[in-house]
Ligand binder design. Structure first.
Ligand code: SF4
Ligand code: SF4
Length: 376
């Protein structure tokens, strides 16, 4: 039977987090495994250049706590993630508060450009950053958040970060609706599944509403850990208030690996029916429904009444062009005259990449009156 441990943790006091994670490892008999381990690659969520207190990326104190435990076992540690788009990796590491970990703990932070790639499959072809394939083992350190395209993001979705930045947008083009995209995520997770030795979700501060980057920062006060990413996502999503059976990435991965979701056992500080307080999951659920609906061909009057597309706030947009270069179908343009990117609505596939990539929170999903009504 698969087991998930969930523990309360109200803040980023590193020593407290260390104790909690140590207890999670111990209760799962993972400390024995650490004794036999030479090296490990840490896979945090470093989506983009966001400060740690925004609840978008894995918090540096959380990562520090894991590093300190591994150091006690003389394990060689490296850390890597591929942020989305063309944003400078150094900028992401600095903004996310990760840069100093390298010097403080003498760990290797791998570079996106020098690391190389490996190709898997042919329909579609998956481009994977080489270190995730070459490493001995991976410890997965995701963030607890809502996600308008995949509904929820935790342990499985975190492996979308093993695709190099710009290559990510290609998979949105190949899979232009949320259900197809969930299949892609599960395929990518499968490529490195056997390397993953443990998963721990940083759910101390996370995000609800329009996650994964434009939602509301929330203090969830929880850390969850498990050997199994599917089991972990199942319990984490249920704790946020979702029906985890209805989240495509969880369902698809459970089917693929014959995991009986009913039998997953939650232990620790919470009853299995416990729900985190004041979590807004409705926005992600309803936006996801709208995106699924709009990915089917609509006709006539209905198309006029029911629409949704990205829009940009001129008071926030700094015209950095990140969204333009990340758009998988070249639906965006930037010129000297317009204060915001210009959208070609006929080309847009509603992949949400431009909204996810905008670190200025200038991009959002504009909805028709009918769409707005449904969101409410
Ligand atoms: S919307 Fe955001 S990502 Fe796009 S140009 Fe403006 S600031 Fe940059
Ligand atoms: S404009 Fe935005 S939502 Fe539309 S296809 Fe491009 S990145 Fe995706």
């Amino acid at each position: 039977m698969l087991e998930v441990v969930a523990k309360r943790c109200e803040n980023y006091d590193k020593n407290k987090i260390k104790q909690i994670i140590y207890n999670i490892f111990s209760s799962q008999r993972f400390l024995n495994k650490l004794n036999s381990l030479d090296s490990v690659l840490l896979k945090p969520n470093l989506l983009g250049p966001y400060p740690p207190d925004k609840g978008i990326t894995t918090h540096p104190e959380f990562i520090s706590a894991v590093i300190e435990i591994l150091k006690d076992y003389n394990i060689k540690i490296s850390l890597f993630d591929c942020p989305g788009g063309t944003v400078k990796y150094k900028k992401v590491l600095n903004e996310c508060g990760i840069t100093y970990l390298s010097k403080k703990y003498d760990i290797k932070i791998l570079e996106t450009v020098q690391s190389g790639i490996k190709i898997f499959g042919n329909n579609p072809e998956y481009i994977i950053s080489k270190p995730f394939v070459d490493c001995q083992s991976i410890i997965n350190l995701p963030k607890l958040k809502t996600h308008t395209l995949t509904i929820f993001t935790g342990a499985i979705k975190n492996f979308y970060g093993i695709i190099p930045g710009v290559a990510k947008s290609n998979y949105h083009r190949i899979a232009p609706n949320p259900t197809k995209f969930a299949n892609i995520i599960v395929d990518i997770y499968s490529i490195v599944k056997d390397k993953i030795i443990f998963n721990i979700i940083d759910g101390i501060i996370g995000m609800d509403g329009d996650g994964p980057s434009s939602g509301d920062t929330k203090n969830f006060g929880v850390i969850l850990g498990s050997y199994d990413a599917v089991a972990l996502d199942f319990c984490a999503a249920r704790m946020m208030g979702y029906n985890p059976y209805k989240i495509p990435i969880i369902k698809l991965a459970a089917d693929k690996y014959n995991i009986s979701l009913q039998e997953i056992k939650l232990i620790g500080d919470f009853d299995k029916n416990y729900k985190l307080e004041n979590v807004n999951i409705n926005k992600s659920k309803i936006t996801n429904k709208i995106l699924r609906f709009l990915s089917t061909p609509l006709k006539g009057i209905f198309k006029k009444l029911f629409w949704s597309h990205p829009d940009f706030l001129k008071e926030k947009c700094i015209k950095c062009g990140e969204c333009v270069s990340f758009c998988p179908v070249s639906a965006l343009n930037i010129n000297k005259v317009s204060p915001i990117p210009i959208l070609d609505r006929d080309k847009c596939i509603l992949c949400m990449c431009c909204i996810e990539i905008c670190s200025e929170n200038a991009a959002y999903l504009k909805k028709s009156i009918l769409g707005k009504f449904l969101i409410k």
